[in-house]
Design a binder for this molecule. Structure first.
Ligand code: SF4
Length: 335
């Protein structure tokens, strides 16, 4: 494996994500899918997936990356994060045998995406950082065959592997799970700074189209102050044109006692972000036409109207607003 270091005590350190797990022979890392065998760390999930699906790209969620196109989604087992509220815990946390998954090579992923006329392939369901080599080999082959590549990720990755990762991703939805170190430590068993560094790098130093998502859990990461602090950080470090999605939490995994996010909580966050000056804000996992729209940053008319993942109205010509001609942010099919 490329990002590993042999230590003087004979153990091997994995340097893909900031956990930097140190593994003795036969040990698995936090993600449980990397294992030290014969003095080398091996990705046990390479070539295995937990299922393939063809989705509207809006489901990732990506609202300003080839809207209305279809995307082939796949993921494997394991995860680098320890989110107690994981919405996909059946694949990220249950240590199912890898043999229970389907075998699919990067070549087959390309073939399937092409067969079903997908515009893109998404590395999703579990974090592609956990299956870094499988995701990257697939991404390289996708791009070589005219497919776009999309990562749905926590952004919990070390700087060196991040450079290679984002080089082969055309778009990413990165979770910003809550805006405090305390939230990351308590609820994700992780740290916030590596995530912020990844987001800054991806937005400011790569060509990858980035959108951000915050899953709101009431009483944990939805205070006015925390949302305002998140928005201020985004504005100061990324600018005003990175789309921000606030999505609803549903009781899952260790947080089955917590309640689902109220519509009013999402609306409050939406309004705070809008008032702070973030240009493109959305709500998700809950149906609301008004806050699913993309508004022109110049004339404020709705340039894309949606109902859930369904398109209602499309008022872009290429990347220009049909009403005023202003260029809007994102990646769109040419006119
Ligand atoms: S990728 Fe897995 S093994 Fe490597 S440092 Fe992260 S959690 Fe540990």
């Amino acid at each position: 494996m490329k990002y590993q270091k042999l230590l003087t005590n004979g153990k091997v350190q994995c340097n893909i994500c900031p956990r930097n797990c140190i593994l003795g022979e036969g040990n698995s890392g936090f993600c449980y899918i990397r294992k030290c065998e014969n003095g080398e760390i091996k990705l046990k999930s390479y070539g295995y997936n937990t299922g393939l699906a063809i989705d509207p790209i809006e489901k990732k969620p990506l609202y300003q990356f080839y809207p209305t196109s279809t995307i082939l989604s796949f993921g494997t087992l394991g995860c680098i994060m320890g989110c107690q509220f994981c919405q996909n815990w059946q694949t990220t946390k249950v240590k199912a045998p890898i043999e229970s998954c389907n075998k699919t090579s990067p070549e087959e992923i390309v073939q399937i995406a092409k067969h079903y006329n997908c515009k893109s392939v998404a590395f999703t369901y579990n974090d592609p950082i956990a299956y870094y080599e499988y995701a990257l080999d697939s991404a390289k082959l996708c791009q070589a065959n005219g497919l776009k590549t999309v990562a749905v990720t926590s952004g919990y990755i070390n700087p060196e592997p991040a450079k290679e990762f984002f080089k082969y991703m055309d778009a990413a939805n990165i979770d910003l799970k809550g805006f405090s170190e305390e939230f990351y430590q308590k609820h994700c068993l992780a740290h916030i700074n590596p995530v912020l560094e990844t987001i800054k790098y991806a937005v400011n130093e790569t060509d990858c189209h980035v959108e951000l998502t915050t899953l709101l859990i009431e009483g944990e990461n939805d205070s006015d102050d925390m949302i305002k602090a998140e928005c201020d950080w985004i504005l100061n470090n990324l600018g005003d044109n990175v789309p921000l999605h606030f999505s609803a939490f549903f009781p899952r995994y260790k947080y089955t006692e917590k309640k689902s996010t109220d519509f009013s909580t999402l609306m409050k966050a939406y309004q705070i972000a809008k008032n702070a000056g973030i240009e493109y804000v959305y709500t998700g996992n809950i149906s609301n036409i008004e806050t699913s729209r993309t508004y022109c940053k110049n004339c404020r008319n709705p340039i894309i109207k949606r109902n859930g993942y369904q398109l209602l109205e499309y008022n872009l010509i290429g990347d220009k607003c049909r009403f005023c001609g202003a260029k809007n942010d994102g990646m769109y099919e040419p006119d």
